[in-house]
Design a protein around this ligand. Structure first.
Ligand code: MN
Ligand code: MN
Length: 463
């Protein structure tokens, strides 16, 4: 007769801290994998930079540019870059493409502040940039922290200039001011969501006037003179630019035991990086393995670099056609892991979570069966059959996993790219990494969970 404890072990679902179910070598592998990830975070704070870093890595690993009309052989490795802001990696499988492909889909855009088209102005001898926030942010978190400016400017003559300033030692940084607490009595009566308002997210970029005895807006003039000397631009060039204000922090270990990583942009680089590494490391897959790193998820996946665009579908159509197969027939037999983050349980703000269905830091990758809000509205909701398949896959290789739902019922909600891929008639479920302080300028993840995501994507491609 088994004891009660033995029966519980057999019958209860009991997700555990990865260190309880893994030996030390797994922890060491996770720590080693995290070092590469931290470097990636520091070098890839925007979708353009992430695309460029992954492209360079792909090329160094023998991936070649995809040619739509070519028929590829098993083992061939190709990439497709969409407008410098999203990238597809593919390793051609041994099976006929008519049997479907395996897709891992992550996003490489993160919440941030974009410059407005006409951003620069002077007010009371300070020069500032007007911004329009991108994605879901808590605006009060973006004041009084060091900021950097990243992006690209297309000049009047059509040439482009890249901007990346505020990251290297010795470079100037930027900042948004806040009211001092001594004078914050009125501000503190605002609700938290109104504590800092959108039109108050003005970035200080200068304070010294151009030397002249006459004229107004001399601080602004001086900034434009500096920008003209450094980048060869005039004020009108801001109109044809994509300039993104991001936190100037670097990625760092968190905690005395170094088990966590704090950084800007874990959502969703913490899935994009392992999904790309899985595509790099997969050897001779049966099914064609495709990693897509997309843009625009944080604003609803609209736009031609987001996954509501047809670029992934067209890519698969081209692969299919070269093999004499219709693209829709490939898609209909394909499977996808929508590689996105979920909210990690926060002991300090526990009231928004339902503990039995929430992901925890360090309990491995989180499978999110459905997202959405208000009665699962706007979700693809993975089937029991596909959940069962993914679960078996993870258990087979002792990949530590847990289930998670985005908070309590009706506490809020959210979505991922899963539904857009599901709409292509692909089996899909969200599988990613739990994040603490999601969408904050400095988010937190666990090294164990990051490494389990890598192992999950690699196994998905190899099975
Ligand atoms: Mn995300
Ligand atoms: Mn997000």
């Amino acid at each position: 007769m088994p004891t009660v404890e033995e029966m519980k072990k057999d019958l209860f679902y009991n997700p555990q801290h990865a260190s309880k179910v893994c030996d030390d070598s797994v922890r060491e592998s996770a720590d080693a994998f995290a070092e590469g990830y931290k470097t990636f975070l520091d070098n890839a704070k925007t979708e353009r930079e992430a695309t460029a870093v992954i492209l360079a890595e792909a090329q160094s690993r023998g991936f070649v540019e995809f040619c739509a009309d070519k028929k590829y052989a098993a083992g061939d490795k190709v990439y497709f870059v969409n407008r410098d802001k999203s990238i597809i990696l593919a390793v051609i499988g041994k099976k006929c493409i008519c049997e479907g492909v395996k897709i891992a889909a992550a996003h490489i855009d993160s919440p941030r502040l974009d410059l407005k088209p006409n951003p620069l102005y002077e007010s009371d001898e300070l020069a500032l940039f007007k911004t329009h926030y991108y994605g879901g942010i808590k605006k009060y978190q973006w004041v009084a922290i060091p900021l950097a400016l990243h992006g690209v400017i297309i000049k009047a003559d059509g040439t482009s200039v890249e901007v990346k300033i505020g990251e290297e030692a010795g470079e100037p940084k930027f900042v948004i001011s806040d009211i001092l607490p001594h004078l914050g009595a009125e501000q503190s009566k605002r609700t938290l969501s109104e504590g800092i308002q959108g039109e108050e997210l003005n970035v200080i970029v200068g304070s010294r006037p151009f030397k002249s005895d006459e004229g107004s807006e001399l601080v602004k003039l001086n900034i434009l003179k500096i920008l003209n000397e450094k980048y060869g631009i005039t004020e009108a060039d801001f109109l044809s630019a994509e300039l993104e204000v991001v936190p100037a922090f670097k990625a760092d270990d968190i905690g005395f035991d170094r088990g966590l990583i704090g950084s800007y942009g874990h959502d969703d680089r913490v899935c994009a990086y392992p999904a790309a590494m899985a595509a790099f490391d997969v050897v001779d897959p049966d099914y064609t393995a495709i990693t897509v790193l997309t843009d625009k998820e944080e604003t609803g996946s609209d736009g031609n670099t987001g996954l509501q665009s047809s670029y992934l579908e067209y890519f698969i159509n081209d692969l299919a056609r070269a093999n004499g197969v219709e693209g829709y027939r490939v898609l209909s037999k394909s499977e996808c892991l929508s590689a996105d983050v979920n909210s990690a349980y926060d002991p300090t703000f526990n009231s928004v979570f339902e503990k039995n269905n929430t992901s925890f830091l360090n309990r491995g990758v989180v499978i999110t069966k459905y997202t959405g809000a208000r009665g699962k509205s706007g979700t693809s909701d993975a089937s029991a059959e596909y959940m069962g398949k993914i679960r078996r896959m993870l258990d087979e290789d002792n990949i530590v996993w847990q289930i998670g739902e985005l908070g309590k019922v009706d506490a809020g909600g959210g979505g991922t790219v899963a539904k857009y891929i599901a709409n292509l008639n692909v089996d899909v479920v969200d599988l990613g990494v739990p994040v603490l302080s999601m969408h904050a300028p400095y988010e937190v993840i666990s090294k164990f969970d990051l490494y389990m995501a890598y192992r999950a994507f690699k196994k998905f491609f190899e099975q």
